[in-house]
Write a protein that binds this ligand. Sequence first.
Ligand SMILES: Cc1cc2nc3c(=O)[nH]c(=O)nc-3n(C[C@H](O)[C@H](O)[C@H](O)COP(=O)(O)O)c2cc1C
Length: 173
Amino acid sequence: MRALVVYYSRSGVTRKACEAVAAALAKHEGVEAVVEELIDRTDRAGMTGWLSAGRDATLKRETEIEPVQADVGSFDLVVIGTPVWAFTCTPAARAFCEQFADDLERVAFVATMGGSGDRGAYELMERSCGTPPIATLSLIDRHVRGEDGDGYVAKVEAFAQELLGAGGSASGH
Ligand SMILES: Cc1cc2nc3c(=O)[nH]c(=O)nc-3n(C[C@H](O)[C@H](O)[C@H](O)COP(=O)(O)O)c2cc1C
């Protein structure tokens, strides 16, 4: 089973969570997990970036991402990670979903957030991918930043198990 884990991360939380998901998947025999970060061509750094992030997410504005290196259609499973911005997903995650909708058959979503908004993120991602996720993982930013707040590591492990159990066992399909 080959899994691609792509994520957008502005401040590192979703990166940490998605790298943990990939590591949890790769622990299983017969599973290869490739990780790729999505790069938004719009600079979201600093206060100006924060403002543009909030505005663009709220208005559901489109953005351009740097070319994705992975051959997305060749993977058995694609896990897409995003922070929640303004109760929805990031423009970069949405851009990936729209760009590769035809290549995405089995998807799963990861959202990190301060408190809430994962449902709105998943709805927009599902619409943009054109397919529902086989599983989702929602995490609170401070739990991911800490060593193991709220048992987030166990949640990641359970998510990986769920992904492999949902028709994606290591023995292939
Ligand atoms: C522009 C912006 C909007 C945000 N909106 C929300 C929100 O609607 N709900 C929420 O719970 N957290 C919100 N957050 C917090 C982030 O989702 C959270 O800190 C996330 O884990 C950051 O991930 P990252 O470090 O991968 O960028 C927002 C953060 C930013 C920068």
